[in-house]
Design a protein around this ligand. Sequence first.
Ligand SMILES: O=P(O)(O)O[C@H]1[C@H](O)[C@@H](O)[C@H](O)[C@@H](O)[C@@H]1O
Ligand SMILES: [Mg+2]
Length: 283
Amino acid sequence: VDDMWQKAYDFAVEVARKAGEEIRKAGESEIKVMTKSSSVDLVTKTDERVEKIIIGSLKEEFGEDAHCFIGEESVENGEPCILSDKPTWIIDPVDGTTNFVHGFPFVAVSIAFAVNKELEFGVVYSCLEDKMYKARRGKGAFCNDEKIQVSDVKDIHKSIIISEHGTDRSPEKVTKIFSTMQKILCIPVHGLRGSGTAATNMCLVATGAVEAFFEIGIHCWDIAAGAVIIQEAGGILLDVDGGPFDLMSRRMIVANDKIIARRIIQEIEIFPSLRDDAPIQKH
Ligand SMILES: O=P(O)(O)O[C@H]1[C@H](O)[C@@H](O)[C@H](O)[C@@H](O)[C@@H]1O
Ligand SMILES: [Mg+2]
């Protein structure tokens, strides 16, 4: 079984690279902007086409019904978002869609694989930077085949923290998000950053470029691959209330060290977010 997942891991890297090439060559015509949960939650034909290419390649390689799939755009179009014990691919075809539309240079393909609800491996291809991040449970984390590991900074005053504002513009959430950012900035920390893609933010923690990243409102497909990469780079993953990491909860904090994580958690103003695996709301 161990070798079998190795084959799937290697194939996932190939598929992510191919998907990244599709994103890079997507012409102006295809970046027709559509919206989802709000006027600033963007999706394009490229997101939909690339997800179909990824899922099609995986089904061709492993069999039409051998595995389950949780894809950002499939879920948007009504597919269930339930993580079962069956081997399951968790896919964000274009993470950083807003960046992609604007030409802001951080766009990632995120592909993770879970069995019995445990993440086996994750691949994040930052396709405009040509950086292939990957990790398999128990086998280390890599960027372009170079081993990576989290920062050794333990002093919060010497840290950079990533925080994103997301796509929800409701006043009560925006107020909490910026109040949290202000409290963290004034600890003080060296700086706040955000790439605009959760998968890339996770990899920036894994390489030691920043010390922590937290967000309420992300989805399982944004963070599943990055979660394995951080774990294998020596980082930690928690819920924003300090409890255990919960892939489907739509909130998390990842950090290089529990000291940094706990200090940030003290400042996070939590607001509710519907779980990814919540029963579909009948309108
Ligand atoms: O670009 P997508 O796949 O939609 O994911 C991003 C999400 O749209 C943003 O709201 C979040 O802040 C990012 O962390 C996600 O990566
Ligand atoms: Mg995403």
